[in-house]
Write a protein that binds this ligand. Structure first.
Ligand code: GDP
Ligand code: IMO
Ligand code: MG
Length: 427
């Protein structure tokens, strides 16, 4: 059996949580492979809304095993909050969820270091989610991290050693935090995680594949936030791309099957960093209002702009995307016309390959303008109901991106999802 991967192609918040939930009935296992509680994956069904941070989005269907893979960084305190809130809503999390022994733990001091690093950067700050992601992955790569498996024995001493190392750094940055309360909550939360099924997830997943089980890997963040290929340094600290599923779960590259690349019909970004198609005008505001573009984790305003096909082509290439999923097209339902950036003008030259740097100022998007469909699509049930202008928009995108669009999302609810038989699939 193969492993399918679903990941974001833009700057995150494309709607991954919603679609993982929709696709879950087709799979036996759903697994998160990177990121941590910087993610906020929203699901809506039967009048309820849930936001997941570290727990995979396959927990609301029936019978699937959900795995938090080794590539994830886990904050015990936030995990506990999330798990307890789900259990209060009646979700039998313990029967479904397994956690890799190799996840790296986010310590209270990692969060403090994240904040201190941001303060030190001043105007050049990344605008992180403040969840300690960068410092935790830094410790992982510098071989100083604390893994969940390490906490199964004598973890208080291991914790104290890591904390003391962080305190030296914090003191050097002029910070002198009182950790007493944070620390106690963290230690209690680690004991709480020990009541879950902590496994060697790489063995579990590969055994599942050998037994003919199907696996869906859920990405967090998006390709433009990838540590290698995103708009560095305004990125997150993990590999958000398909290769991240291999290293973040222990599945070999030749086990990867379908790669679902998910994108919004426009584009958003939270935090700092370049965004060539960003709109600072009324249109940008209209997209933000209609699309409720405010962060699921931080509540911050998301920056909004037109779809960027230069960046999308790059993301499709890096990830080996085999199917595209277009989200939030309903947000554009009222627009007279819609723009799509097909190339950049970089210092007077037209460029279609995503360049090394996309720093504002030197990049000017070149747009194609298409007529809007001016139709409320949110109650539609099949592609037969799609207005002509919308079909033209999809056909245009497929031609530009040379990849089939097989799912279209027309609202936040699970039911507002239309599967599409793309002509490109037959080729
Ligand atoms: P994720 O991080 O990729 O899972 O995405 P988020 O949950 O952070 O952000 C996506 C937001 O858009 C959430 O509030 C969803 O409920 C909402 N959403 C998802 N799909 C659609 C859609 O097709 N239309 C509209 N209007 N909202 C959507
Ligand atoms: P989901 O999974 C959108 C952004 C932050 C910041 C940068 C680095 O919901 O799509 P970090 O805290 O990771 O060090 O922040 O990355 N960022 C996200 N933006 N969606 C996310 O996750 C994000 N996770 C991180 O805003 O610019
Ligand atoms: Mg999100």
């Amino acid at each position: 059996m193969k492993v399918d991967v679903l990941l974001g192609l833009q700057w995150g918040d494309e709607g991954k949580g919603k679609v993982v939930d929709v696709l879950t009935p087709r799979y036996d296992v759903v697994a998160r492979f990177q990121g941590g509680p910087n993610a906020g994956h929203t699901l809506e069904f039967e009048g309820h809304k849930y936001v997941l941070r570290s727990i995979p989005s396959g927990i609301f269907q029936h019978g699937q095993v959900n795995i938090i893979g080794n590539g994830v960084v886990l904050d015990p305190v936030l995990f506990r909050e999330e798990a307890e809130s789900l259990e209060r809503s009646g979700i039998d999390l313990r029967s479904m969820l397994k956690i890799s022994k190799k996840v790296h733990l986010i310590l209270p001091t990692h969060r403090l270091l994240d904040a201190a690093n941001e303060r030190a950067k001043g105007g050049a700050k990344i605008g992180t989610t403040g969840k300690g992601i960068g410092p935790t992955y830094t410790d992982k790569i510098s071989r100083n991290g604390l893994r969940l498996g390490d906490t199964l024995h004598n973890f208080r001493e291991k914790y104290a050693a890591a904390r003391n190392r962080h305190l030296v750094l914090l003191h050097a940055m002029g910070e002198d935090p009182d950790l007493t309360e944070l620390e106690q909550r963290w230690l209690d939360a680690v004991e709480y995680i020990h009541t879950f099924d902590i496994i060697d997830s790489e063995h579990y997943i590969n055994r599942a594949l050998r037994d003919g089980k199907s696996v869906l890997c859920e990405g967090a963040q998006g390709t433009m936030l990838d540590i290698d290929f995103g708009s560095y340094p305004f990125v997150t600290s993990s590999n958000t791309i398909t290769a991240g599923a291999c290293s973040g779960l222990g599945v070999a590259p030749n086990k990867i099957g379908e790669v679902y690349g998910i994108f919004k019909a426009y584009c958003t970004r939270v935090g700092s960093g370049p965004f060539p198609t960003e709109l600072f005008d009324e249109t940008g505001k209209a997209i933000r209002d209609k699309g409720h573009e405010y962060g699921a984790v931080t509540g911050r305003e998301r920056r909004c702009g037109w779809i960027d096909l230069v960046a999308l082509r790059y993301a499709i290439m890096i990830n080996g995307v085999s199917q595209l999923i277009m989200m939030k097209s309903d947000v554009l339902d009222d627009f007279d016309s819609i723009k799509a950036c097909v190339a950049y003008k970089v210092e007077g030259e037209t460029v279609t390959d995503f360049p090394y740097s996309i720093d504002e100022g030197s990049i000017e998007p070149i747009y194609v303008e298409l007529p809007g469909w001016k139709t409320d699509m949110t109650a539609m049930k099949s592609t037969d109901e799609f207005p002509k202008e919308f079909i033209d928009y999809i056909t245009f995108l497929e031609r530009e991106l040379m990849t089939p669009i097989t799912i279209v999302s027309i609202g936040p609810d699970r039911e507002q999802t239309i599967f599409r038989n793309s002509p490109l699939l037959k080729q």
